[in-house]
Design a protein around this ligand. Structure first.
Ligand code: SER
Length: 311
């Protein structure tokens, strides 16, 4: 079988940084075209400067490398998105529409679209949130992502394109810090625990949110994209979750390893966003369709994070 040539947008982000490595390992270093606004000092493999808003440039890169798959990771997250709704809409939705258009024109074989728990809102059931439910998100991030999901479905239904997506919960990882998200505290807390043994949390102690650890994000994304097309029942985005936790539970789990650690709580604007999201997720459709099954729970994630963080 011919190896795919995969274009990744937003390759320097929290997920992009690690997904590019995982894709290189799986498909070969010369098969992956990493793109972002800036290069990274330690980047390995093919990198191209690319602004996803520059449609001509995106098309030139697709043509230059004869791209066969696109992972469109470039996005502004929930909290940062509120600072500039117009730009967030452009990056998260307009750029995705151009990519769908170019993908159709250039007969791209597969597209990956990352969605989020940010698509939920105050009308969504917060416990065991079903795959299909009420979506009235309160952030421009959530509005742009649920609209993106609908466009994915439209392109699949109208043009038969193979488009797959995941609603990522909060992603915990140690290689690259997330920027501008509401779940970022769950990464920051580890770095502060290692550096200063104290953390000031911007969410309340009992705010429960679904999370997933990066190795499971990589597994989910690669497994979904490699699954036979006949098993993929939905083209918008699958619910997945690793575990759900509160800041206090995460603090207690870290304290097992760093007993001197202290925490204080100073909720800011992000509290309102977190309060509108789900606490726990029903990811049974992903489990049935492509055997999603996370390897990490909170305890094993905490142990692995603390063993791997370099400060
Ligand atoms: N991590 C994202 C955020 O907090 C949720 O998808 O915005």
């Amino acid at each position: 079988m011919k190896k795919p040539i995969i274009l990744v947008t937003g390759s320097n982000g929290q997920i992009g940084t690690e997904l590019v490595n995982a894709l290189q390992d799986r498909y070969g270093i010369d098969q992956i075209i990493a793109t972002d606004l800036k290069d990274k000092e330690d980047s390995v493999g093919i990198f191209e400067f690319m602004d996803v808003l520059n449609v001509d440039r995106v098309e030139r890169i697709i043509e230059k490398y004869e791209v066969t798959q696109i992972y469109h990771l470039a996005a502004l997250l929930s909290s940062r998105g509120e600072d500039n709704p117009a730009l967030t809409w452009k990056i998260n939705l307009d750029a995705y529409l151009s990519i769908l258009h170019l993908a159709h024109k250039h007969k791209i074989e597969k597209i990956f679209f990352p969605s989020t728990i940010g698509v939920y809102g105050p009308t969504t059931p917060r416990h065991n949130t079903p795959q299909n439910t009420s979506f009235i998100p309160g952030t421009v991030y959530g509005i742009s992502k649920i609209t993106g999901e609908l466009w994915s479905q439209y392109y699949r239904n109208r043009f038969g394109m193979d488009i797959r997506g995941i609603r990522y919960p909060g992603v915990i990882s140690y290689s690259h810090l997330p920027v501008g998200g509401t779940t970022d505290y769950a990464v920051e807390i580890f770095f502060e625990a290692m550096k200063n043994k104290k953390y000031e949390c911007f969410l309340k102690a009992d705010t429960r949110l679904p999370m997933v650890y990066m190795p499971d994000v990589l597994k989910a994304t690669l497994d979904l994209m490699a699954a036979p097309a006949k098993d993929i029942s939905i083209s918008y985005a699958y619910n997945i979750s690793g575990f759900s936790l509160t800041p206090n539970e995460l603090y207690e789990a870290i304290k097992v390893h760093i007993p001197e650690m202290t925490i204080s709580y100073v909720p800011d604007d992000r509290q309102k966003i977190a309060d509108s999201w789900s606490e726990t997720i029903d990811d049974s459709v992903a489990r049935n369709d492509w055997n999603w099954n996370p390897d990490y729970n909170m305890e094993s994630m905490v142990k692995d994070m603390l063993a791997n963080i370099k400060i």
